[in-house]
Design a protein around this ligand. Sequence first.
Ligand SMILES: *[C@@H]1O[C@H](CO)[C@@H](O)[C@H](O)[C@H]1NC(C)=O
Ligand SMILES: *[C@@H]1O[C@H](CO)[C@@H](O)[C@H](O)[C@H]1NC(C)=O
Ligand SMILES: *[C@@H]1O[C@H](CO)[C@@H](O)[C@H](O)[C@H]1NC(C)=O
Ligand SMILES: *[C@@H]1O[C@H](CO)[C@@H](O)[C@H](O)[C@H]1NC(C)=O
Ligand SMILES: *[C@@H]1O[C@H](CO)[C@@H](O)[C@H](O)[C@H]1NC(C)=O
Ligand SMILES: *[C@@H]1O[C@H](CO)[C@@H](O)[C@H](O)[C@H]1NC(C)=O
Ligand SMILES: *[C@@H]1O[C@H](CO)[C@@H](O)[C@H](O)[C@H]1NC(C)=O
Ligand SMILES: *[C@@H]1O[C@H](CO)[C@@H](O)[C@H](O)[C@H]1NC(C)=O
Length: 479
Amino acid sequence: MFFSFFIVLLAGISVFSVDCLTCLHCTDIQSPRHCKYVRECQPGEVCNIHRTTNPYGDVEFDVSCVHPWACSNRSQGLQACDECCSTDLCNAAGCGLTGYPSKRGPVCFNCPAQITDGTCHRIDVCGLNEMCLINEQSEFGDTVYTSQCVGLAHCQPQTMGSSQIIGRSIYDDTRSLAETVCHKCCHDDLCNANCDVNYCASNPCGHGTCVNSRTNYTCVCDPSYTGSNCTDLNYCFLNPCEHGICVNGKTNYTCACDPSHIGRHCAEFRIQDCMDQRNLTHVSGVYSVLPAGMFQNIEVYCDMETDGGGWAVFQRRVNGSVDFYQNFLNYENGFGDVHGEFWLGLKYIHAMTANVTSELRIELETADGHLLYEVFPDFRLSAAPEYTLHIEKGHGTAGDSQGLSYSSGSRFSTYDDEHSGRCANLSHAGGWFNNCGWANLNGRYVTPGSKSFYYQAMCYGDYNNGEALKGTTMMFRRV
Ligand SMILES: *[C@@H]1O[C@H](CO)[C@@H](O)[C@H](O)[C@H]1NC(C)=O
Ligand SMILES: *[C@@H]1O[C@H](CO)[C@@H](O)[C@H](O)[C@H]1NC(C)=O
Ligand SMILES: *[C@@H]1O[C@H](CO)[C@@H](O)[C@H](O)[C@H]1NC(C)=O
Ligand SMILES: *[C@@H]1O[C@H](CO)[C@@H](O)[C@H](O)[C@H]1NC(C)=O
Ligand SMILES: *[C@@H]1O[C@H](CO)[C@@H](O)[C@H](O)[C@H]1NC(C)=O
Ligand SMILES: *[C@@H]1O[C@H](CO)[C@@H](O)[C@H](O)[C@H]1NC(C)=O
Ligand SMILES: *[C@@H]1O[C@H](CO)[C@@H](O)[C@H](O)[C@H]1NC(C)=O
Ligand SMILES: *[C@@H]1O[C@H](CO)[C@@H](O)[C@H](O)[C@H]1NC(C)=O
């Protein structure tokens, strides 16, 4: 799409920039090379020199643009002559007259304070140590363009400190230092016609097409080259990144993968959670996943059996072998053994639930070996350091009248990072406390069925008034 548009644009440019000749334009002069006026011809016209002899016997010349068909010698009278030529200013010579001397400066436009850029029709032949100048400046609030011959020194770039000030004149320190103000010196005939500089003149684009802009050029590179001058090899040429963006480097490319893919060529599916892993296997176990927004894989226990599977287990207690009275850093990064008792880590839970919709499931094993569960829709944690819990009211066999949803909206507290009184200390746990709450699944592991550590034991309010549990599991999955 972009390319076809661009080709049209280029074609447009070439149609409207047909090179027209600029010819001397004077009537009844004795010497064409002293003619001080020029005209830009119509497309197809050529420069003409026409010699006549007036009734007093004086030889006079008309120089101008003509259609080529008018170039055949009009040959009225003995002294008449017509000649045509087709280079700029070529009608300074002809009909037996020599043109400009070979040793001279450039022919420059010579107009003071033109209101419109590019409309000057007066010229001057500069001296040997002169160049053409066109200068844009502000006068009475108008922008005016002055073109003239100037001495070479006037065109030297001036430096101030280490940075070059483009086009700054030593004679004029009032001018803006900005590069965008036109102050163009050049040394070819008629080169100071207007402020539009041909930045492409030096063919700066190594393997591409140069396009002029007001203040610089831009290069449109051939497909296998890149860089501002189209001089760097474009290793991305063949679109090597299957599901990602190719980034060109000095010696090769790298692929910046979409969130859903990984690998050198972004060709492999990125397993972000147990739901992705479920596409590959239905066997529960520990798998390596790369959570959204993270750069290193983590080990997660995936429950592939419960209610269809795809659950990422983030908390498990079976026998009290791991102490859950841990500080904030450990709750953030995880602790325990993913094959046994563990806490996965708040930062991973956050990453895997942040931009998706998930449900939370808790499973409680009672002292007598019964299994209870409760599922809470719309589970997610806010970002660090709050890790605020969000869930909806639960449904299941464990109940939720004195359950976990009471804690929704609370941030995470540990004994060294309390945010609800001293609840973490009092509950002997890390958790989402709200003065302090009903569910204490990270509480102290005590003899299952006991009520002796009422406030501190691993328990769930809806079950037997907080009787100590034998085992717990907390897990979530994308829905
Ligand atoms: C026109 O006249 C010049 C001499 O002044 C001559 O050289 C030239 O061939 C003539 N051109 C034509 C088309 O007759
Ligand atoms: C003009 O563009 C080229 C290529 O993008 C860049 O290298 C150069 O610095 C630019 N020059 C100026 C004066 O901005
Ligand atoms: C591009 O070429 C210009 C002119 O040759 C040069 O000044 C500029 O530093 C080059 N830019 C790069 C990025 O190579
Ligand atoms: C760039 O890397 C790819 C993949 O590693 C390799 O196949 C290719 O040869 C490399 N290209 C160059 C020019 O080094
Ligand atoms: C797994 O399957 C689900 C649904 O079919 C799909 O949305 C997801 O992208 C798949 N994930 C992978 C890693 O294949
Ligand atoms: C507790 O359970 C874990 C995981 O099943 C096991 O490795 C460990 O040996 C058990 N510890 C005790 C004291 O039973
Ligand atoms: C969630 O999406 C936001 C916005 O797209 C992004 O900035 C953030 O990194 C994403 N978070 C995760 C954990 O993917
Ligand atoms: C918890 O509180 C008790 C009683 O105030 C105190 O002795 C203990 O040091 C606290 N524990 C921690 C880890 O802060």
